[in-house]
Each structure stands twice: as C-alpha cells, then as structure tokens.
Design a protein around this ligand. Structure first.
Ligand code: BMA
Length: 325
C-alpha cells in the first residue's frame, strides 16, 4: 500500500517564538474556541478537525449548560476561526436495534477510504467506543458500537494495515479510571473487532497513571506517529499532558520509541484553570508533509480548545532522542 500523502499547505501555522526551544509551541491566539462560542455551551474542548473541501470541518465536544456531553459539527475556512452548529448532531440510524446513545464525548475524525469516520466515547450503559460516518458534515450516520463497555479513547487508523482496519482503545472502568493501557483491535469490516494487541502501559512521571491515544496516527517513514496523553496523579488530582510514540508500520502494537519527557503539559492559564484544571488533551492533528508542519488541536482544562504547533522532523528526532520503550 502506498504511504498516505499529507498535503495541507493551508493548515494553521505560526513560527516558533524567539527564545523558545520546546518541541511544541502554543498558538499566540489560544484558546481558539472559547467555552461559550455557541449560546448553549458550557465548554467546548477535546475536539476533532479534518481538512474538508479545501477548508476545514470538525466534530466538537460541547458540554451544554445542563452539563450534558454531546458532539456538534463545525466548519472553518482557516482552521482557527470556527462556526459550530448550535444544535448537536442528529444521527441517522440504519439499524433501530443499536442501543440509544446516552452521551457522546472526545470525538476523533478520520478520512478513511471514501468518507469521514467519527469515533467517540459513547454512553451505552457505561462508556464505550461509538462510531459513525459522514460525507458532508451535514448528514451523520450512526454505526454499531465498536467495543463493549468500559472503554474510551477509540482512535481509528487512516488506512488498513495488512488488510485490516485498526483501532486504538483504552479499556477503562465506569468512573475516573485510575489505570489504563493502550490496545489495538483489528477488523475486516469496521463492525467486528478482534485480534486485540497490547501496545503500551503507563510509565513514570507525567504518564504514570494511564495513557490514551490522541489524534489519528500519522504515517511517517519512521513508523506511525502516535501522539498520546498521559496522566499523573497529584495530591490535587489528575494532570493530563501529552507526548508521542513511534509504532511499527506493519505491526503497530510494536513500540519503536516513546517519549520519557512530555511534549506539552498544562502550564498556561487556559490549561490550568477551568472546569477540570491541569488538562491538555489532544484529539486531532493536521500535517503538511512538504513543509513538515503539524498543527495539534487539544482541549484546555476541559473548557476550551487550543492549538499547538511543531515540525515533523523535530518531533521525530525528539521522540527518538528521548525514548525509553
Ligand atoms: C477523561 C475524559 C476527558 C477529560 C479528562 C480530564 O477521563 O473524560 O474527556 O478531558 O478525563 O477530565
């Protein structure tokens, strides 16, 4: 299979600020989406963005003012300034036996073969991995839940690997889960998932409590780049940072390299102060291969949406130079 082409010259971008030597740096206009961009929202965060028709579209986690968790479609010409539908996505069910969705959060979106797939944490008697698809970000079709509860952080690969669809997930419990490893499940048809493989467990420091895949993995010559969040339990609760790992292109459960230091941790006001303090939670990344530019969308403090930037060659060098598998 030929490698995926990432040609997105129009993604959001800002050069690394003078004097900054971090592998990732934040957009100076963060947060790009305030908590109240739509009149009913309490918070808009942990959201997914993709290129669409020369511009951008996405699926956004909006918790409303009843604090119900749901997803809304959005559009943007530049990937920075967004218009979100004021109402949540109304899903089209082709099969009435699929259990009703009690809530939806932390969406990811991927272009896979012929359409955009949406995958999120879905309430089905506990959190599990919900799936759907759209062609146009107007009509959204609800598919079968991929896995049983309890599970979170479902992330689809952007292509088949060895003839099979691949998905990361993070088996969990019904609460705030004080543990969590990343697994891969495989499928011939995006409905039946099996051949589960273990990928990685928590490690020290910022990733010592649990880890979970973030954006759709990016195919590089060095392996799949998986940006993932890691959680530390402090005396004040969880702290969510993110780092990255390189995974084998043919057997992506094999970890080639993995960052010991984080790449970004909650340090700014909008990451440290909000409904859940100290959270930087990435759910999407846009990559332009010719320029090497990467724009990462992440939630700040479970309240707002922010952008960070990096260069692919520097990220790969950082992961390899600071790795412990
Ligand atoms: C996780 C998820 C995320 C959230 C994080 C921090 O369990 O619920 O949506 O950002 O906790 O609260």
């Amino acid at each position: 299979m030929p490698p995926i082409e990432y040609n997105l010259p129009n993604i959001p971008w800002e050069d690394r600020p003078a004097g900054n030597s971090d592998v990732l740096w934040r957009f100076s206009a963060n947060p790009i989406i305030p908590r109240n961009l739509i009149p009913t929202s309490n918070s808009i965060f942990n959201s997914a963005v993709v290129p669409y028709n020369g511009a951008f579209a996405g699926v956004f986690r909006c918790d409303n003012r009843a604090r119900e968790m749901n997803v809304h479609a959005g559009r943007s010409a530049d990937g920075v300034n967004w218009e979100l539908d004021p109402a949540p996505i109304e899903w089209i069910y082709s099969n009435p036996d699929i259990p009703p969705s009690e809530y939806k959060y932390d969406p990811r979106v991927v272009w896979l073969e012929d359409r955009y797939y949406v995958i999120w944490c879905n309430g089905m008697h506990g959190p599990t991995i919900g799936m759907g698809y759209t062609y146009d970000f107007k009509d959204f079709h609800f598919l079968e839940n991929a896995l049983l509860p309890y599970n979170r952080n479902g992330v689809l690969f952007p292509r088949k690997v060895n003839g099979k669809y691949m998905m990361f997930s993070r088996p969990s419990d019904n609460g705030h889960t004080p543990f969590g490893d990343i697994f891969i499940s495989q499928s011939p048809d995006l409905v039946h998932w099996g051949e589960h493989r273990w990928v990685m467990k928590p490690k020290g420091g910022w990733q010592s409590t649990k880890v979970g895949a973030g954006p759709i993995p990016i195919e590089t010559t060095e392996g799949w780049l998986m940006i993932y969040h890691g959680v530390l339990t402090s005396c004040n609760g969880f702290v969510y940072s993110f780092g990255a790992a390189l995974l084998d292109l043919d057997k992506p459960w094999k970890v080639i390299a993995r960052t010991v230091p984080y790449m970004l941790s909650p340090q700014t006001y909008y990451e440290c102060v909000g409904d859940v303090p100290n959270v930087a939670f990435p759910c999407a990344a846009l990559y332009d291969q010719p320029s090497g530019r990467l724009a990462i969308y992440y939630g700040g403090a479970d309240t707002v949406t922010a952008l960070a930037f990096g260069k692919m060659d520097e990220i790969l060098a950082f992961v390899k130079a600071n790795s412990e598998v």
